[in-house]
Ligand binder design. Sequence first.
Ligand SMILES: Nc1ncnc2c1ncn2[C@@H]1O[C@H](COP(=O)(O)OP(=O)(O)OP(=O)(O)O)[C@@H](O)[C@H]1O
Ligand SMILES: Nc1ccn([C@H]2C[C@H](O)[C@@H](COP(=O)(O)O)O2)c(=O)n1
Length: 225
Amino acid sequence: MARVNGEMVVAIDGPSGSGKSSTSRMVATRLGLAHLDTGSMYRALACAVSRAGINPQDEPDRVIDLAGSADIRVDTRPGYDTVVINGVDVTEEIRDPRTSARVSAVATIPQVRVLLVERMRDIVERNDRRIVVEGRDITTVVCPDAQVRVLLVADPAVRMARRARELGDDVDQTQMHDQIVRRDRDDATVSQFETPAPGVTLIDSTSLDLDEVVARVVALTEQVG
Ligand SMILES: Nc1ncnc2c1ncn2[C@@H]1O[C@H](COP(=O)(O)OP(=O)(O)OP(=O)(O)O)[C@@H](O)[C@H]1O
Ligand SMILES: Nc1ccn([C@H]2C[C@H](O)[C@@H](COP(=O)(O)O)O2)c(=O)n1
């Protein structure tokens, strides 16, 4: 295994379905790092909001209260991916297309973002800054000082096809469009993940397989002085 020693924060941003989680998990495993999927934290909050019967558009203050008070536990061992909020294991629920449809309404509330960014940075520190962190604003807001910063993109049609293959018969074309195109449009109102910020490496995976993407990210970690 190409383990790295010392501090190594790898920040990976990108639009929905661009391969952030698959890539991050494999990079973390290969390098002996922890893995934080920050989208899972917004998704967990969206589950708790829904369980509490809160409508984020009508009652943003209740969402903000929950974002501040909720006990959110994420397992940062690569491949474990367990997420528990207020004692409820939502690991499966966060991947339900209904959660995907609701999560942007929670993640686009600015005060919610401030509260969760604080928690994300805390998790990075608790992992001794040896971690792969993925999301939409990791390279720009959460960890702009990361050793490696990547924006991972892929053509929307390719992302939809990959997601459709993953979900099988469960999701129709309208839902797929909502999960990828509509979600990106909403999420892009609060984060900049469509073009790389200065110093961020762009990787377009449209015609790269997963192993090729992982190899490129690992190569970037090897260039860190
Ligand atoms: N380079 C690639 N080539 C082919 N398939 C890929 C590639 N990268 C990811 N995939 C597949 O695309 C799908 C979406 O990948 P993944 O869940 O990692 O994306 P994501 O960016 O984390 O998505 P989301 O933003 O919705 O959480 C998965 O089925 C994954 O196996
Ligand atoms: N750093 C982040 C991470 C995620 N989000 C939002 C955007 C998505 O709609 C939602 C779920 O993320 P996903 O699991 O699809 O990566 O959370 C964000 O705004 N910032």
